[in-house]
Design a protein around this ligand. Structure first.
Ligand SMILES: NC(=O)c1ccc[n+]([C@@H]2O[C@H](COP(=O)([O-])OP(=O)(O)OC[C@H]3O[C@@H](n4cnc5c(N)ncnc54)[C@H](OP(=O)(O)O)[C@@H]3O)[C@@H](O)[C@H]2O)c1
Length: 240
């Protein structure tokens, strides 16, 4: 993929070793962007680095309060500034998914730490840098579960719903600074997370995360023309 727009841009992707995040990292790297990926499992980070040496990797857990500042410091030391932050890493909660009444409070807490509070902390640190530079884009990966109340998807849905709302409020608060926020639902993709939620899911019925990544990059080239923050999987594809 070649788009002059992304050449030399500095991009951070959380959860960039699997599924959508990995495909976004690969596709952005092909455009000449400088990509840094954050994830926990060292073996997946090393594999990504071996296969795509231009992609930089940082091991870290975005749900951990203690790690936020170390992660932010490593990002800034590798990139100096950040043009695009993609908060993509996410946790479903214990699988098989269960009713809220059967959900451990501790697991509910980890879902919120991973999908909401961790990204909030990381964004705060990086956003300060963006606001000072008068430019930058933050993409928060959403889900249809943010809107629909699916039984057994409680913790995840609540976290994604709050994440959407956080995104919309943040957009209002940075109006006029040159920074843009999006909440983007990628649609149902054939990824390890989807299989964790539904082990019987069939690849042929789901989106290929590589195609989603390619389309999402195209969307980010035109999305600023619209005064919309939260986009469903159908909406953002319509404007490609
Ligand atoms: N798949 C779908 O059908 C679907 C539908 C709607 C929305 N989404 C959203 O799309 C995004 C990507 O999902 P996916 O299906 O591509 O997921 P995935 O294949 O399971 O990949 C998740 C990535 O996040 C990383 N990660 C998880 N917890 C982390 C943590 N605490 N700290 C740092 N990294 C962490 C994982 O690596 P480590 O485990 O090594 O950390 C991995 O790289 C998510 O936000 C998801 O909610 C997915």
């Amino acid at each position: 993929m070649k788009s002059q727009l992304w050449n030399s841009k500095k991009i951070v992707i959380t959860g960039g070793t699997s599924g959508l995040g990995k495909q976004l990292a690969i596709q952005f790297s092909k455009t000449g962007a400088k990509v840094v990926v954050i994830a926990r499992r060292i073996e997946l980070l090393q594999k990504l680095k071996r296969e795509y040496p231009k992609i930089d990797v940082i091991q870290g857990d975005i749900s951990s309060k203690q790690e936020t500042y170390r992660l932010a410091a490593e990002i800034i030391s590798k990139l100096n500034k950040v043009d695009l932050l993609i908060n993509n890493a996410s946790y479903l909660g214990y699988t098989p998914l269960r009713l809220l009444l059967d959900t451990e409070c501790e697991d509910f807490e980890i879902v919120l730490q991973t999908n909401l509070i961790g990204p909030f902390r990381l964004t705060k640190v990086i956003l300060a840098n963006m606001v000072l530079n008068n430019e930058g884009v933050v993409v928060n990966i959403s889900s249809d579960a943010a809107i629909s109340s699916y039984p057994t998807w409680g913790s995840y849905s609540v976290s994604k719903s709050a994440f959407d709302h956080l995104t919309k409020i943040w957009q209002k608060e940075v109006e006029g600074t040159g920074v843009k926020f999006y909440a983007l639902d990628p649609g149902d993709m054939f990824t390890p997370m989807h299989l964790d939620a539904d082990p019987s899911a069939k690849e042929e019925n789901l989106l290929d995360p590589k195609n989603v990544a390619v389309d999402m990059i195209k969307f980010l080239e035109v999305g600023h023309k619209y005064n919309v923050v939260r986009w469903s999987a159908e909406e953002w594809r319509k404007v490609l």
